[in-house]
Design a protein around this ligand. Structure first.
Ligand SMILES: [Fe+2]
Ligand SMILES: [Fe+2]
Length: 279
């Protein structure tokens, strides 16, 4: 079975390169003919309170022919922790606004003997009632999927590149990790796929592939230290997973993609201004 992960599309209702790139990737994904497509979040450009970006994103993603699952990123629902980007903490209202457009923010799909699991990384350490609901569901996963091989998708990585960087900006919340590890130990996890870091990297942990998927919108060339997030390829693309006897992840991209830095994207600068954020 073939699965494609797309992430960090950062689509704006004002159009521009994030939209044209996303549309190009949608077309390209269809040529890969996947059985399932998973979007791992940061669907919209920057502000979780801008519904017009969600509407624009939904329109572009509707071009994907395969079944599509969409998980939220920090720019879709806000983030937990003391210092959320743009003073947009994750809240019940923001999660509800995301769900109203893209459906429930967690899933388990059984496809071709594989269990494809996704959950909302922004709820960990949030203290919201939605976090408790998600935990209750996560703790049923070993029973739900049994011995099947598993792929786990989240926006932020489950584990930071280095344990000292396990924090709500770079990974799931550190207080939640031990509880999640207990559940993961009961699953036959063959791969993890996350977004958020805007670079492609493939590493390994306990025999499982650990994939950081690239954005389709913009790169952070050199802006994030490799000591903090690990080495990676600062290019725009998607990740194709062949799931058979083993997992085979691969970086994929079509020709003709524009690869700007974050601040070179006009729509990003406009969104930052509207949010009152200066970088
Ligand atoms: Fe992002
Ligand atoms: Fe993100």
């Amino acid at each position: 079975m073939r699965l494609v992960q797309i992430t960090d599309t950062h689509i704006s209702h004002l159009g521009g390169s994030p939209s044209t790139n996303a549309a190009r990737f949608v077309e390209y994904i269809n040529t890969l003919n996947p059985d399932l497509v998973v979007h791992t979040g940061d669907v919209t450009i920057l502000d979780p309170d801008e519904d017009r970006d969600r509407i624009a994103a939904k329109q572009i993603l509707a071009g994907i022919a395969a079944p599509l699952r969409v998980l939220p990123g920090n720019h879709d629902v806000g983030e937990p922790g003391d210092d959320p980007f743009g003073d947009r903490p994750v809240t019940s209202d923001r999660v509800a606004a995301f769900r109203a457009h893209f459906g429930i923010d967690r899933f388990v799909d059984i496809v071709d003997g594989w269990a494809i699991i996704g959950f909302n990384s922004e709820l960990f350490d949030s203290g919201l009632p939605e976090e408790d609901e998600q935990w209750a569901w996560i703790e049923t996963l070993p029973e739900q999927v049994g011995p099947r091989p598993v792929v786990i998708f989240t926006h932020k990585p489950v584990r930071a590149y280095a344990p000292e960087h396990q924090n709500t900006h770079l990974s799931i919340g550190p207080d939640s990790l031990p509880r999640l590890e207990k559940v993961l130990a009961e699953l036959d996890v063959r791969a993890y796929g996350s977004g958020h870091l805007h670079h492609y990297a493939l590493t390994e942990r306990d025999g499982a592939a650990v994939v950081s998927a690239p954005s389709t919108a913009f790169v952070h060339r050199g802006a994030i230290s490799a000591d903090v997030v690990g080495p990676g390829l600062a290019q725009l693309g998607v990740v194709e997973y062949e799931l058979g006897e083993r997992v085979l992840p691969a970086f994929r991209a079509p020709l003709g993609i524009v690869e700007p830095e974050f601040l070179e994207v006009e729509q990003a600068r406009i969104a930052l201004d509207a949010m009152g954020v200066t970088l």
